[in-house]
Design a protein around this ligand. Structure first.
Ligand SMILES: [Zn+2]
Length: 199
């Protein structure tokens, strides 16, 4: 049995690394005692934000012929021109370009600049403004929509009212005509209009 781990994650041999650390410490102490100055630590730039979009999709769905003489930069997969290596898939490529080795090749350490209070406040203000802008846009859209709906309702209402009025006029016409005639018929004459004058 090779003692291979069940998952793909790297496993570290603790004992091995503890031994290396101890050895380094002992060497440092020995150097100190001999008066050998420590090598100055390599000064690397702080980690910076990427200012370009990572292209993960431009080669998607395309076929390329690869043979023995194809340079590794064109041999499929994701090629890193900084480290001159090929990574199999996009997830691992992202891991690679965010990783220590790649950043070191770019001349950066993994240390991030500590933001000042002012910077944080500024960023908060920008985000707040963005949010308000978004809300304003939304409110405007919503308001226009509501106004349109209101207008439609008003139109419908006016239409109904007009219809109603017409109906009522028609009905009242009937009301005026019929009972008079009816009553006249009951009372035995043709109408009231002329009979009043006669009396
Ligand atoms: Zn790289």
């Amino acid at each position: 049995m090779s003692g291979r781990p069940d998952d793909h994650r790297r496993k570290w041999n603790r004992e091995e690394y503890e031994r290396i650390a101890l050895k380094r410490l002992q060497e440092e102490i020995a150097d100190d005692e001999l008066g050998i100055p420590k090598q100055p630590a390599v000064k690397r730039e702080l980690l910076k934000q990427r200012d370009y979009k990572v292209d993960l999709e431009s080669k998607l769905g395309k076929s390329v012929v690869i043979n023995k003489t194809t340079p590794s930069s064109q041999s499929g997969g994701y090629y890193c021109n900084v480290c001159d290596c090929v990574v199999k898939d996009s997830i691992n490529f992202l891991d690679h370009i965010n990783g220590t080795k790649h950043q070191r090749n770019l001349g950066m350490s993994m240390k991030v600049e500590r933001s000042t209070l002012e910077q944080v406040q500024k960023r908060f203000a920008i985000n707040k403004k963005k949010l308000e802008e978004k809300k304003k846009d939304y409110d405007l859209e919503q308001r226009v929509k509501e106004l349109k709906e209101e207008e439609e309702k008003l139109k419908e209402y006016r239409k109904e009212k007009r219809k109603d009025k017409k109906r009522r006029v028609d009905e009242s016409k009937d009301d005026e005509d019929e009972p008079v005639d009816e009553m006249a018929a009951v009372m035995g004459f043709s109408g009231f209009g002329s009979s009043k004058k006669k009396k």
